[in-house]
Design a protein around this ligand. Structure first.
Ligand SMILES: [Zn+2]
Length: 134
């Protein structure tokens, strides 16, 4: 599961071509809290995407909409902007969220303070390799 964190930003602007569909375009930026698929600790992922909506008022209009636009169905004359933006953000969520490196201390450090932080992951790997070899 993912939780959208507060502080997300969305910039949208509407336009309309003569005889064309109403178009809403914009940019989305937000962060979501998800579970890292490698270490199962919470991870914050940055989401960024753009909006290219075509507003439609019926299923039929949806069919004839330009392929480049994502159809947004206007129900009862209203655009549920917040809902539509949240839906868009959910689509941006990664399927396999992961930390760039899972250094949350879940790998026990055998000798804290003995090696520099940069070298420690390799030292752990080398130790594991030696154990397997013997
Ligand atoms: Zn992780």
């Amino acid at each position: 599961m993912a939780t959208l964190l507060p502080g997300g930003q969305a910039t949208v602007r509407g336009s309309r071509e003569p005889y064309g569909p109403r178009v809403v375009s914009g940019e989305l930026q937000c962060e979501a809290s998800m579970t890292c698929q490698r270490c199962l600790q919470p991870v914050t992922v940055a989401l960024q995407g753009s909006i290219h909506w075509g507003l439609v008022f019926s299923e039929r209009e949806m069919q004839s909409l330009d392929q480049d636009l994502d159809p947004i169905l206007i129900e009862e004359g209203q655009l549920f902007l917040r809902q539509a933006i949240e839906d868009e953000m959910v689509l941006l969520l990664p399927i396999m969220p992961m930390h760039e490196s899972c250094d949350n201390g879940w790998i026990p450090d055998p000798e804290p303070g003995d090696v520099s932080e940069k070298e420690s992951p390799f030292a752990v790997l080398a130790a594991l390799k030696n154990e397997q070899g013997s």
